[in-house]
Design a protein around this ligand. Structure first.
Ligand SMILES: Nc1ncnc2c1ncn2[C@@H]1O[C@H](COP(=O)(O)OP(=O)(O)OP(=O)(O)O)[C@@H](O)[C@H]1O
Ligand SMILES: [Mg+2]
Length: 464
C-alpha cells in the first residue's frame, strides 16, 4: 500500500467509497422493500377472504336462498387449488362442505408448499396453519359461516416471488453498473490528478540533469499542484542563477589572475634570458604582483567562506553603537596617518545578527571610504531609524563614483578605476562581501554618490 501509485490508490478509494455506499443503500432498500411487500401480501390476503365471503353470500341468493352442495364444492375445489382451505357451515352451524374432509392430502400438500416457499424466501419464517371465520349475511339475516384456513400470517404466491426475484436482480445489475462506473470515473479523476504530476516529475528530472531553463507549464490540476510547480520553477531559476554565478566566478578569477601572471611571466623570462638584470627594483615589482595574486586568492577564499557561511548565520543580539565604536577605534591610526577625519554618531540600536559578519560589513565600507578619500577629507558614520528598520550611513567626501559604475560596484572584482585600484591594492571584492552579508540578514545596501563630491553607502537592516 505504501509504494502504491497515487493513481491506483485514488481509483481504489473511489471504488471502495461507491461500493460501500451502494451496499448500505441496497441493504436499506431491501429492508424497506421486504416490509412493504409483506404489508401488500397481508392486504391482498384480507381482500381475498372478504371476497370469498361475498362470493358465497351472493351465490346463496343466486341458488334461490339455499346452499347448493355442488356449487359450494366447485368454489371450494378451485379455492383449494390456490391454497385456501374452505369450510362452510349453514346458519345452524351444520358443516356443508370441508376441504379437509374433501381432500385431506391436497390440503396438507398446499400448506407444505406454502411453508417451503416462504422459508426459502425468508430465513426462519415463523408460519403455520391459520384460520379466520367470516359471517355470511344476506341483508340482515345470517345465512352461514365461512372458515377460511391458509398458511399464515401471510404468504407469497409464485408470482410475488418472481417479482421479488426480478427486483433483486435489478438491484444487483445496478450495483454492478455503478461499480463499473465508479471504477472508470475513479480512473479518470485519478488520471487528471496524476498526469500533471507525472509530467512535473519528468521536467524536474530534466532540471536536475542541468536543463535549468526548463520550466513546468501545467495549467491543469489542483491548486496545490500549481504551487508545487511554481516552487519547482523558482528552484530551477535559482539553480540556473547559481550556475551562471559559478561560471561567472570562474571566468572572473581567470581574468583577474591573467594580468598579474602575464606581467610576472614576462618579467621573469626577461630576467632569465638576460635582457633584464635581476636588480632590486625589478624583483620588487615581481614581488608586488605575487602579493596581489595571493591577496586576491585570500579575498576569494573569504568570499566563498562568507557566501557559504551566510547560509548559516550565528544570530545574536548586536549592539550597533558599541560595534561601530570599536571598529572606529581600530581605524583611528589609519585615518590619522592619512589625515582624514572620522566621526561616528550612532544611537544605541540593537539588531539580531551575526556580530563577526556585521563587523566585516562596516570594516569594508569604512576602509573603502578611507581609501577613496583624499587627505583633508572626512568620513561620517550615522544611524537613523525608520519604521521597523535601521539605516547606517557611511558618508565620505572622497572621489565619488560615476553613475554608470554605481550599479556595478557590488559585483565581484568590479573596480571603478582599475589603474587606481591597482595602486591601492584592492581586488574589488569588498562590496560583494558587504552585499552578500547584508542580504543574508534580510537587509540591503545602496549607494548614492556624486563624482568629485563624495559617496554615501547606506546599510538597511530589519529590526526584528
Ligand atoms: N567610498 C567610495 N568612494 C569611491 N569609490 C568607491 C567607494 N567604495 C567603493 N568604491 C568603488 O567601488 C569599487 C569596488 O569596491 P570594493 O570594496 O568592492 O573593492 P576594492 O575596494 O577596490 O577592493 P577590496 O576587495 O580590497 O575591497 C572600488 O574599486 C571603487 O572603485
Ligand atoms: Mg574595498
Amino acid at each position: 500500500m505504501k509504494s502504491m501509485r497515487l493513481k491506483a490508490r485514488l481509483s481504489l478509494a473511489f471504488f471502495l467509497v461507491v461500493s460501500v455506499m451502494f451496499a448500505i443503500i441496497s441493504y436499506a432498500a431491501n429492508g424497506l422493500l421486504a416490509n412493504q411487500f409483506k404489508n401488500y401480501a397481508i392486504d391482498k390476503q384480507n381482500q381475498r377472504i372478504v371476497a370469498f365471503a361475498d362470493l358465497f353470500a351472493s351465490r346463496y341468493v343466486d341458488w334461490g336462498n339455499r346452499w347448493d352442495p355442488a356449487g359450494i364444492e366447485s368454489i371450494g375445489v378451485s379455492a383449494l387449488s390456490e391454497g385456501w382451505l374452505i369450510r362452510l357451515k349453514d346458519q345452524d352451524g351444520q358443516i356443508l362442505w370441508d376441504a379437509q374432509v374433501h381432500n385431506h392430502g391436497m390440503c396438507s400438500l398446499m400448506l407444505a408448499n406454502n411453508a417451503e416457499r416462504m422459508q426459502s424466501q425468508i430465513e426462519n419464517f415463523q408460519g403455520g396453519y391459520t384460520e379466520q371465520t367470516q359471517t355470511l349475511t344476506v341483508g340482515a339475516a345470517t345465512v352461514g359461516w365461512l372458515d377460511i384456513g391458509f398458511y399464515g400470517p401471510y404468504s407469497y404466491s409464485e408470482v410475488d416471488l418472481a417479482f421479488l426475484k426480478r427486483l433483486n436482480q435489478l438491484l444487483l445489475i445496478a450495483a454492478a453498473l455503478s461499480m463499473a462506473i465508479a471504477a472508470i470515473l475513479g480512473l479518470v479523476i485519478a488520471r487528471q490528478l496524476t498526469d500533471p504530476i507525472t509530467r512535473a516529475i519528468q521536467t524536474t528530472r530534466r532540471i536536475a540533469n542541468g536543463h535549468y531553463t526548463d520550466r513546468i507549464t501545467e495549467e491543469k490540476g489542483p491548486r496545490e499542484l500549481a504551487e508545487l510547480t511554481s516552487s519547482i520553477n523558482s528552484l530551477a531559476e535559482s539553480l540556473g542563477r547559481q550556475e551562471t554565478m559559478r561560471k561567472q566566478l570562474t571566468s572572473d578569477v581567470a581574468h583577474e589572475l591573467r594580468t598579474p601572471l602575464a606581467v610576472l611571466q614576462s618579467h621573469l623570462e626577461a630576467m632569465i634570458d638576460g635582457t633584464w638584470r635581476a636588480d632590486q627594483k625589478r624583483l620588487e615589482s615581481c614581488h608586488g604582483e605575487v602579493v596581489r595574486i595571493s591577496s586576491l586568492v585570500k579575498d576569494l577564499e573569504k568570499l566563498t567562506q562568507i557566501e557559504q557561511g551566510n547560509l548559516n548565520l550565528h544570530k545574536e543580539t548586536v549592539d550597533l553603537k558599541a560595534l561601530l565604536q570599536r571598529i572606529g577605534l581600530n581605524f583611528q591610526r589609519d585615518f590619522a596617518s592619512k589625515n582624514v577625519q572620522l566621526s561616528i554618531q550612532v544611537d544605541p540600536i540593537v539588531v539580531q545578527g551575526d556580530t563577526d559578519k556585521l563587523s566585516q560589513v562596516f570594516i569594508n565600507l569604512i576602509a573603502n571610504a578611507l581609501k577613496y578619500t583624499n587627505p583633508g577629507g572626512s568620513v561620517h558614520v550615522v544611524s537613523q531609524m525608520a519604521d521597523s528598520q535601521v539605516i547606517i550611513s557611511i558618508k565620505d567626501t572622497g572621489i565619488g563614483i560615476a553613475p554608470e559604475d554605481q550599479t556595478q560596484i557590488f559585483e565581484r572584482f568590479y573596480r571603478a578605476d582599475k589603474s587606481r585600484a591597482r595602486e591601492t591594492g584592492g581586488s574589488g571584492i569588498g562590496l560583494a562581501i558587504v552585499k552578500s552579508i547584508v542580504e543574508a540578514h534580510g537587509g540591503r545596501v545602496t549607494v548614492d554618490s556624486q563624482p568629485g563630491q563624495g559617496s554615501t553607502f547606506q546599510v538597511t537592516l530589519p529590526l526584528k
